[in-house]
Ligand binder design. Sequence first.
Ligand code: AMP
Ligand code: MG
Length: 341
Amino acid sequence: LKSLACCLPALFFLLWVHPVCAQDAKDFPLIKLEGRAQGTTYHISYYSKDSLSYKQSVDSLLKKIDSSLSTYLPASIISRINRNDPRVKADPHFKRVFERSMEVAEVTNGMFDITVAPVVNAWGFGFTKKSDITRTNIDSLLQWVGYKKVTMEGNILVKQSPQMMLDMNAIAQGYTVDELAKLLDIRGVQSYIVELGGEVKAKGRKTNDEYWKVGIDRPSEMDGGEYQAILKLENKSLATSGNYRRYYEENGRRYAHIIDPRTGYPAKHNLLSATVVAKDCMSADAFATAFMVMGYEGTKTFLAAHPHEGLEVILIYDDDGKWKTYYSPSLQTVVADLMDD
Ligand code: AMP
Ligand code: MG
């Protein structure tokens, strides 16, 4: 566990997806907001006719979402649900994320599952101290995992057993990006890019008709600044999941933070990162995590079987020691693939 302490803080500061700068539009002023939220950073750029800054509204929305979904705040709704506080009621943020989580769990056959929390915690990636890992311990925790064992009745989350806990970290950032975008939509902003922890949504184009562009980092801490590809995003969202981003090493093995809910062990295969482009960022975020569980072949099979989900992907995978990139054939937004051979 020793390297967890040193690698995590550094990685938290790494911006996975960077908005690529281009010339500012002439007509409207470009407003930029940035700050910290949900253990990471956010960046928002938008064109506003009236030069208004929405920093205060943005920060109060972020606070509100944190007080609902953050497992790191003991007083949040999700933390109280995890503690079985009998007085806790779900708010609209919680209910929307819960509902979409159940849909994605259903369609991915439980590869995405927010009830994986007890196991995530045992591996030391959650909100409690790491436990000793043995097959027996993991098996006994798995009886408290399973999205079909929780339901929402009105504002009350009903669990099949009190040991069950939820972890919405695989979908909450994407949801937050959607909510920030909605905040700008409501104020009539026609052109923006919103990014939180590497999850992005862009609307319209810059006022000089240029696309908003997003650079996707290579999947390696060593090559931090280098882009793997550049995409243009218009009225779409993008989220990336990768197993090399949060991990620790123990006895020479690397343990990553995305858990396969079937085994209770970290997902382990040749898929290095999954980037998903979708209409909404909540779906992109959830599916990106699910694809890390499915692996490269599993993801391609899933996409072929579920065309109506409207998902496009960039998958970076290890092919016998050589990194390769797969792009969905329908992905029209790639400006440049910067991968060396
Ligand atoms: P992301 O970075 O969006 O892929 O989210 C990863 C986080 O989601 C992990 O740190 C865990 O807290 C949680 N998680 C891990 N495995 C799963 C899973 N199979 N389904 C849902 N959430 C998960
Ligand atoms: Mg995710």
